[in-house]
Design a protein around this ligand. Structure first.
Ligand code: PGA
Length: 249
C-alpha cells in the first residue's frame, strides 16, 4: 500500500464526455515534483470508466469504479458490472459499501461478497464505513462501525488491498463535519480496532463527507488521516486542485 496522501474523487451520477477535459489540469498537477506525495484516483460513473482509463493512461492518476456486483464475473444481472469487468478495462480500484449503495440495498453480507470478488480480481477496494444520524444520536457509532468491519470483511485475512473510508452518512453532501477533536478520536478508534483485529497490519484510513476547499485547511491537521474521499468538490477541477494544493503544501 502506498504512503502517499490519497485524493479520491467520487463523481457519483455526474459527468459526461465533456467533463473529461476538466481533469486535464489535475493530471498536469500530479506530474509536478511537489505533488508526488499525492495520489489521485478518479471514480467516475460506469459510462466514463473506459474514457477515464484512456485519458489517464500516461499519467500517475488512477481510476476506480463506484461499485461492482456481488456475484461472479458474468451473469444475468441487468444494470450491473462485475469486478472482473472493471479490472479488464484497466481500472484498479472499486468503491464498495458507499452509504448511497447501502440505502439501495447493499447489506453487510452483500458488501462482503463484493469485497471478496474485487480482491480476487486484483482490484484495490475503497471500503466505506460510517454511522447515520440516528445511530450517531443514539451513541451507536462504534457499534455500527465494528459491525460493518466485521461483517464486511468476514473471511478476509489481509487488508493490504483495502483503503478504509470513514464517511459519516450525515456528513455526506450536507456541509456538516465533526470537529477536529472528535474526528481525530474516531479515526484513531478505527485504526486501533483494525490493528487489533488484523494483527498490526498497516491500515490506510481516509475521511469523506463534505470535504471542500475551505474546510481542508482544518481537516488536513487531523492526525492519522491518509487522505480524502471527495464527492461534490471533486467534480470541479479548480476546487479539487485547491484541496490537493492546500493539503500538500
Ligand atoms: P461529498 O460526498 O464530498 O459530496 O459529501 C462524499 C462521498 O459521498 O463520498
Amino acid at each position: 500500500m502506498t504512503n502517499k496522501i490519497l485524493f479520491i474523487a467520487n463523481w457519483k451520477m455526474f459527468g459526461d464526455l465533456e467533463s473529461l477535459k476538466s481533469i486535464e489540469s489535475v493530471i498536469k498537477l500530479t506530474k509536478k515534483k511537489t505533488y508526488t506525495k499525492a495520489k489521485v484516483i478518479y471514480c467516475p460513473p460506469f459510462t466514463l470508466l473506459s474514457s477515464f482509463v484512456n485519458k489517464t493512461k500516461k499519467s500517475k492518476v488512477n481510476v476506480g469504479s463506484q461499485d461492482c456486483h456481488f456475484e461472479k464475473d458474468n451473469g444475468p444481472f441487468t444494470g450491473s458490472i462485475s469486478s472482473s469487468m472493471v479490472k479488464k478495462i484497466g481500472a484498479e480500484y472499486v468503491i464498495i459499501g458507499h452509504s448511497e449503495k447501502r440505502i439501495e440495498g447493499d447489506s453487510n453480507e452483500k458488501i462482503n461478497k463484493k469485497i471478496h470478488n474485487a480482491i480476487s480480481n486484483n482490484l484495490k477496494v475503497i471500503f466505506c464505513i460510517g454511522e447515520n444520524l440516528y445511530e450517531k444520536n443514539n451513541k451507536k457509532t462504534n457499534y455500527v462501525i465494528k459491525k460493518q468491519i466485521n461483517s464486511g470483511l468476514k473471511k478476509i485475512k489481509k487488508i493490504d488491498k483495502i483503503i478504509f473510508a470513514y464517511e459519516p452518512v450525515w456528513s455526506i453532501g450536507t456541509g456538516k463535519v465533526l470537529n477536529n477533536n472528535k474526528l481525530e478520536k474516531q479515526i484513531l478508534y478505527i485504526k486501533k480496532y483494525l490493528k487489533k483485529k488484523f494483527r498490526k497490519q498497516n491500515t490506510q484510513i481516509i475521511y469523506g463527507g463534505s470535504v471542500n476547499n475551505k474546510n481542508i485547511d482544518n481537516l488536513k491537521q487531523i492526525a492519522g488521516i491518509n487522505g480524502f474521499l471527495i464527492g461534490g468538490a471533486s467534480q470541479n477541477s479548480k476546487k479539487f486542485i485547491d484541496i490537493i494544493k492546500k493539503t500538500i503544501i
